[in-house]
Design a protein around this ligand. Structure first.
Ligand SMILES: [Cu+2]
Length: 134
């Protein structure tokens, strides 16, 4: 290959690596809720054989809305359970289901599918930065 072909090839590989990092690794690492209108902390969670992001950070004492978009039809993920908040919710396939609650205590709380097979974590802090990542 010529030098310019190498540049194009390496540039393309770099762009692909960045996309993979941004959409998969960064998203999986966790997300901090964005503070929306009426002080509601909204987080979109993709349900596809697991939860992306799998760790969600929110601020204590403000309402949280988790928007679960279920992108699969596997019966495993048809329910999501937030046991510490007394929530068990059916998630219709290919729809977004919003779950609202207000965390009153800080700490780390698990959420999972109805069978306890796929897991996520809700981290409740007294203060969080709102830069989109934690
Ligand atoms: Cu399951």
């Amino acid at each position: 290959m010529t030098a310019s072909q190498w540049v194009v090839t390496l540039g393309g590989a770099g762009a692909i690596a960045w996309v993979i990092y941004y959409f998969f690794l960064a998203a999986r690492a966790g997300a901090t809720a964005r503070l929306g209108a009426a002080g509601i902390q909204r987080v979109a969670i993709e349900v596809l054989g697991g939860y992306t992001p799998s760790t969600v950070t929110v601020r204590r004492g403000l309402p949280v809305e988790l928007e679960f978009h279920r992108a699969d039809t596997d019966s495993c993920t048809e329910e999501v359970v937030l046991e510490d908040f007394g929530i068990r919710q059916y998630l219709p396939a290919y729809q977004t289901t919003a779950i609202q609650f207000t965390p009153t205590e800080s700490g780390t709380f698990a959420f999972s599918c109805g069978m306890g097979m796929v897991h996520g974590r809700l981290v409740v802090r007294d203060e969080v930065s709102n830069d989109g990542h934690n």
